[in-house]
Every structure is written in C-alpha cells, then in structure tokens.
Design a protein around this ligand. Structure first.
Ligand SMILES: *Cc1c(COP(=O)(O)O)cnc(C)c1O
Length: 466
C-alpha cells in the first residue's frame, strides 16, 4: 500500500529538517548524516512514513496515543471548539465550558478525594506546578521550611528545569543543572540492582531509603515524595510488590505529601483508569498528561486532593498559571478522548483481551537466548537483554550499545520498540487487537534473532565482569 501524499521527496525534507529544526532528545549530527524518519500518517496502531512503509507503533507515539491514531470524532470536536471559542484564559476569575466539563470529568474518574484539577500544557509543566503547590501548601500551614522533595534516581518527570530536576537522570542534570531542594533515592529496579536479594526484600530495602532520607533531612524540611507507579522512560521498571505499600506507609507515618506521576500510567495504560489503583497507592496529587488527550492536543494537569486544594485556597491567590492552562480546544478534545475510552470499554479491552493475550507471548520471549526478564503491566512492557540470564548479567559493552542495535533491527522491520540502556520497551495504543499483537510479536522476534546474530558476529555477547 502506498499512502504517500503530496510532499517533497524524503531527502529534501530531511535536508530542510537538519538545517532548520532542532530536535528534542536527538543527536543533531546524526540528523545531518542519516536523516530523520518522516512520519506522514497514522491510523489505529499503524504509522506510514514518507517512503510508504507501514510501521506498527509499539510505543503509541510517546506513550500517549491510547485510543489509536486517526479518530474523526476528536478532529470534529476540535474544529467545532475552534469555531465556537478558539481561546480564552482561565486566569482572574474567568472560566469556560470545556475546562469546567473536563475538570468535573477528571474528578469523577480519579479515585478517593482527588477532586480538583490544575491544568497545564504538558506533563513537565504539571510537575512544575506540583513543586510550587506542595511548597505553597506547607507555607500556608505555617511550615515554610518543609520544601525538599524526594524523588528517585532514573525516574522521569519531564524536561523543564523543574521536571528535569525531579527526574533522576544524570545526563539531563548535566545539561544546565538542577533547581534546589530536590534529592534522589535509589530506584526499585530488582533485575538490574537487586544482587542476591529476593524481589520482596529488595522492594522493602529500596522503600526504606525514603524513610532514611526523611530522617537524615529532618521531617520538618521535607514537603513531598514523587514517583511514577511504574518508571516509564527509565525502562519500564515494575517495582517489587512490597515497594509501594511500604512507600505509602512511610508517607503516612511522617505526614509528607505523596505525588504519583501518572503521566504514562493514567487513563488505562495499566488496566485501570490510574496506576495508583493498580498498585494501591493513595496519592495527594497525581500528575497527568499524555493519555489524557491521547496526544491529540497538548494538555496536562495536576489532580489535587481536597485537603491540598483547601489549604492552598486558604492562602489566597496562588501565583501560578500558564497562558494555556485549560485551553478550550485541548480540553474539549481531552473530554472527547475520555468519552471514547469509557464508551468503547477500552480499559476492559486492555484488562480482559489485550493484556492476557500479549502477556503470554511477551513472557515467552524469555525463551530467546538474548532475553532475561519480561515485564508487562496492562499494556506497558519491557524485556531485559542479557548475555547471561541466569546471572542477570549486564553486557561488557557500554550500556545501551546492545539496546540500540536491537532497536535499529526493530526499525528496519517496521516495528517501533524503544530501548532504554539494554532494555527494550513497549507501550502500544490500548486499542491494539490480538491480530496486531501477533504482528508486533512476530516483528519483535525477527528483530531479536537478527540482533542476536549481529551481536555474536561482533563478539558482543560478553558479560561484564562483576
Ligand atoms: C512524559 C512524562 C512527563 C513529561 O511530560 P511532557 O508532556 O513531555 O512534558 C512527566 N512524567 C512522566 C512520568 C512522563 O512519562
């Protein structure tokens, strides 16, 4: 099938792109030499590139296109809203119908007393809001010293200065530094860091680092803890079952605010509306974005519990907001996206059809000589590549060398599967059918076979010495 529509030849587009377009998280030198892949269309779980290739999108864009590409009703809602009221702000005692309706809908879907929504344009902005919100909360309560936020190494919370500082990724910190008052504890990554411990014991040990850190800093200085229910960009790290209950216990014990960054895990990804439900977490604040609009419009936000909203309100005006907070077109499109998820029973599809079908096949990838553990929660999965699975060994080559080579094979086979270090990760649209899962698995296996052959030929199937 050739779906190329009217545009310049690929090489010309690539040259213009390399000359004028600065890309996020991309080595610009590679753009000039290799050229970027140009995506032209999307339908369901399928993408078409400028050469007419049909690619299965195992990542739902960047973990966001939960309802799949090419939905007409979202386009229609956007067009109608632009005609009706293309823009108005929500500052200074003003509001509009799309923002009201979306906030009320999110409050209805969110668990517990998470009843208030502060809108942002993205997940990063929402986490910047959260930094200010939790510090403001303690100020109003007369404890202004409580301002340190504890986060995790290898967590991801966005790439604004605030979001990047909450995240625990040293390459991001290295480019421009960090804001103050944020500290990191170790991640609950058993396969990579658990040594001889059982998963359960390791989960408790990593959670206990939060308690140790609170005591070290003094509880009178700690505002909040933030974590993703499952680390996404860090490599789809699923914590041991003991981890979140212990984190919850510690936050309760010391009365610090708990922020669940649900930017990926929200809106059905884990088989529930929110990852906090999947893991039994009771956060004071949830960060949302991505699946909120399935990526059809840029929108994010913070869902805030009754207590935090009331205390911040008690303090009078909150000096914070974005021009596009609750943007009417984005809000209307997000609302339509939530209607689609709900009325089409997409979360039931994840739980009852797609997850069980994929899980059996995903777990079976551990039969492959290159694959150690396989993890899948809902439709968020990862496999660890290893030269020696019995020892959970890392490769002797620099981390990411093998993952990158494997990702290149996936691209060549028209499968989008990302690598984080030497883990391969997937997060397909939630509407993926069993037949499409078959295609995804078939292409993944072919790519693993090809990568394995290359690694053997290049002498890379070598374990790092302990
Ligand atoms: C993507 C992501 C963010 C940042 O969202 P942007 O919309 O890219 O700013 C924050 N937190 C998590 C967990 C994410 O995956």
């Amino acid at each position: 099938m050739n779906m190329i529509t009217n545009h310049l030849p690929t090489a010309e587009l690539q040259a213009l792109d390399a000359a004028h377009h600065m890309h996020p998280f991309t080595d610009a030198n590679g753009l000039a030499t290799k050229g970027a892949r140009i995506i032209t269309r999307g339908k369901g779980v399928w993408l078409t590139d400028s050469e007419g290739n049909q690619i299965i999108d195992g990542m739902a864009g960047l973990w966001c296109v939960n309802i799949g590409y090419g939905r007409k009703s979202l386009a229609e809602v956007a067009a109608r809203q632009m005609e009706e009221l293309a823009y108005y702000n929500t500052f200074f005692q003003t509001t509009h119908v799309p923002a009201i309706a979306l906030a009320a809908k999110i409050a209805e879907l969110a668990p517990g007393d998470l009843n208030h929504v502060f809108f942002a344009g993205s997940g990063s902005e929402a986490n910047d809001t959260n930094i200010r919100l939790v510090r403001r909360y303690w100020q109003v309560k007369g404890q202004p010293d409580k301002r340190v936020i504890i986060a995790r190494k290898n967590g991801y919370h966005g790439s604004t200065m605030g979001g990047g500082s909450l995240g625990g990724m040293s390459p991001i910190h290295a480019h421009g530094g960090m804001i103050d008052g944020i500290v990191h504890v170790d991640q609950p990554y058993w396969w990579g860091e658990g040594a001889d411990m059982t998963e359960d014991a390791f989960g408790l040990e990593r959670a206990k680092q939060l308690e140790d850190k609170i005591l070290e800093l003094g509880v009178e200085n700690v505002a909040a803890f933030i974590g993703e229910p499952i680390q996404g960009a860090g490599g789809v790290i699923v914590p041991p079952a003991t981890y979140w209950p212990e984190i919850q216990r510690i936050c309760d014990k010391y009365g610090i605010l708990l922020i669940a960054d649900e930017v990926i895990t929200g809106f059905g990804r884990t088989g529930n509306w929110f990852g906090s439900e999947t893991f039994g977490i009771r956060p004071h604040i949830m960060t949302i974005a991505k699946g909120l609009s399935s990526g059809y419009q840029p929108i994010g936000g913070s869902i805030v519990c009754d207590d935090v909203a009331a205390v911040v309100a008690e303090g009078g005006e909150f000096f914070h907001g974005y021009t596009y907070s609750g943007h009417p077109v984005a809000a209307a499109v997000a609302l339509e996206n939530l209607r689609v998820i709900q009325e089409e029973g997409i979360i039931d599809h994840v739980r009852n059809v797609a997850h069980p079908y994929l899980k059996e096949r995903w777990d079976a990838l551990t039969d492959h000589p290159l694959v150690g553990e396989a993890k899948l929660v809902g439709l968020m999965g990862s496999i660890a590549l290893t030269p020696d699975k019995a020892k959970r060994a890392k490769f002797a080559s620099e981390s990411g060398t093998v993952g990158f080579k494997t990702r290149e094979r996936c691209f060549a086979n028209n499968l989008i599967m990302r690598h984080v270090g030497d883990r391969m990760i997937i997060s397909p649209p939630l509407v993926i059918t069993t037949a499409e899962i078959d295609v995804l698995i078939e292409r993944a296996k072919k790519s693993l076979d090809e990568s394995y052959a290359i690694l053997k030929a290049e002498g890379l199937m070598v374990a790092k010495a302990d």
